[in-house]
Write a protein that binds this ligand. Structure first.
Ligand SMILES: [Zn+2]
Length: 113
């Protein structure tokens, strides 16, 4: 698998706005290598988004972390198998019909952590 424009766009979308790399060409090769190792874009976004609050140059940190991820295995925690939604809830939450705000976790999602 190679990094495509789509992968880079997806990664940028998942990152905090202040951490999005400006020069995406620089991360393309590292992103491709990380994906070849089995990282998913979502895993990379999580990895790159850690503890960015105190960094002065978040995009540089993100680029560096992608570079490092390209040289190691992705986290081994198995992806959580998500139960299908019941169809009565909004992505696992019961929503107040008036305010549209979530009220509580739906029964179909209670089993999942
Ligand atoms: Zn539900």
């Amino acid at each position: 698998m190679t990094a495509t424009v789509d992968h880079i766009h997806e990664l940028r979308r998942l990152l905090p706005p202040n951490a999005r790399p400006h020069d995406t060409q620089r991360i393309t090769a590292d992103l491709a290598r990380a994906l070849e190792r089995g990282w998913t874009v979502a895993q990379l976004a999580r990895e790159c988004s850690r503890d960015l609050a105190s960094t002065a140059n978040a995009p540089a940190v993100v680029a560096w972390r992608i570079h490092q991820a390209a040289d190691r295995e992705p986290p081994t925690a198995p992806a959580k198998v998500r139960q299908p939604l019941c169809g009565r809830c909004e992505d696992g939450f019961l929503v107040d019909p008036t305010t549209k705000l979530p009220i509580r976790r739906c029964d179909c999602r209670k089993a999942a952590p």
